[in-house]
Ligand binder design. Sequence first.
Ligand code: ARG
Length: 594
Amino acid sequence: MPPVTSLTAHVHQRLTTALTATLPETADADPLLRRSDRADFQANGILALAKKAKANPRDLATKVVDQVVTGDLIKDIEVSGPGFLNITLTDRAITETLAARATDPADRLGVPLAAHPGTTVIDYAQPNVAKEMHVGHLRSAVIGDAVVRILEFVGESVVRRHHIGDWGTQFGMLIQYLDEHPHELDREATADGAAETGEEAMSNLNRLYKAARTHFDSDEEFKTRARRRVVDLQAGDPHTLATWQRFVDESKVYFFSVFEKLDMEIRDADIVGESGYNDMLDETCRLLEESGVAVRSEGALCVFFDDVKGPDGNPVPLIVKKSDGGYGYAATDLSAIRNRVFDLKADTLLYVVDARQSLHFKMVFETARRAGWLNEETKAQQLAFGTVLGKDGKPFKTREGETVRLVDLLDEAIDRATTVVREKAAKMGLSEEEIVENGRFVGVGAVKYADLSTSAVRDYKFDLDQMVSLNGDTSVYLQYAYARIQSILRKAGDARPVAHPELALAPAERALGLHLDQFGELLLDVAAGYEPHKLAAYLYQLASHLTTFYDQCQVLSDANPREVVENRLFLVDLTARTLHQGMALLGIRTPERL
Ligand code: ARG
């Protein structure tokens, strides 16, 4: 069963056919069709065509109009202004197309799959071992998760990679300290059989980190022992590795607890941190050096770029291998590219990483291109995101000037949301359990939506009051729109949503219907450009159309003939399903009762 052809695509087809009949030489000319407020659509393409054909645009437009078949799909088509076409559709075509979406046997609302799906490896949600997660990690996780869902929905094969920071010299100090104080990570919490919580794990790690740091800074001999540990770790000494693994495992307990709070599925198998590429580092360097892409400079293995210079005007290289023989962040990322391209067979590599790392990725991607690992068919792109700012417009910090812990921030969002939910709950007759669950979905949804509704590259202000507000472009506004429809459907008694194409539609119904019909094309566009914020904007507009519809059209009114009730139920039901699907793609829940 093919996906549903949208009204836009249908009209487009009609116009191109008419254009070709009028001007045969313009076989694939674009009629430049747009949604319009004056009619349903406006086509502006005739002007340019007339210019090319040296014809009068209004005459040409009139000739085209004569060629357009009307009646079934197009009710009216007329020339306006200098040669625009105003197009109005039949009510029947709108309702029938929506009905086809509603009954899509694949349950995809008639949304097509991408024409040429491929394999994308997406690098997102990459916190660092033994460290607290902060708002930057939030953005990567939230944006990455939405992009994964959207890509998978349009048929792309997606491989997720959580490139956690689990390697590096900082582990020498930690491992040495734990070795000297072996019981510091013992799980008191498990004594009573309960699993360790993420909070406990993080507080253990914090304590250990601080203690190790103090030793490292004050005790020269400890420092020497810690440095030796780095060498042991890199050499793969089994005992050292086992101690390192304890840190990784402890951190994962914490990570998983945060991701769970975020209502996000992160799979252990997809966590392939920096350490996962250790075996490839030597070869990566050898390949780069042999091909001449990297050269020795002051003992280090470096890649140079004409356009990357420091403040002193001297070139700043990408250092692949340090002069002491150690490998850094770049060597790992270059090895990861080889793995993703040649082993995972990806044709697209995405990196959802802070814009402050853009120079790093620019150099890494360029190096990989020079080495022939990336090319026209196999591309890499950073989905760079901006900084999260506080209400004061400065990078988001606690009052004490410290970075905000992600967990605290989520807890606060959930708290506020629960208050909002509770206020309305009594009227709805919600149980305490439902209030708590809704509070979570609304709070976490608010944080995700605020992040996803601004274009990723832009900085955004973290303002919880605004985020959980019932008015305006917020997730809770959309969640209420959804829940209100569910409530109407419950109240409808034995009236069911049924499409009645024979009915005339009110202007607000047409506007809602035409917007619903654009969902599929919008998603393809969102997927192609990795732009979840466009999906958020679409959903917000959908909810706004719904509000206007409620203002102008009563759904459950005794004054309405039965068919009108059914058709309006059908419209709101499809709206609810579209909202639900769209929000799910953003990783946001839509509670049935709110
Ligand atoms: N762990 C890094 C950080 O917290 C982000 C890793 C990004 N991914 C990558 N392949 N380098 O900043």
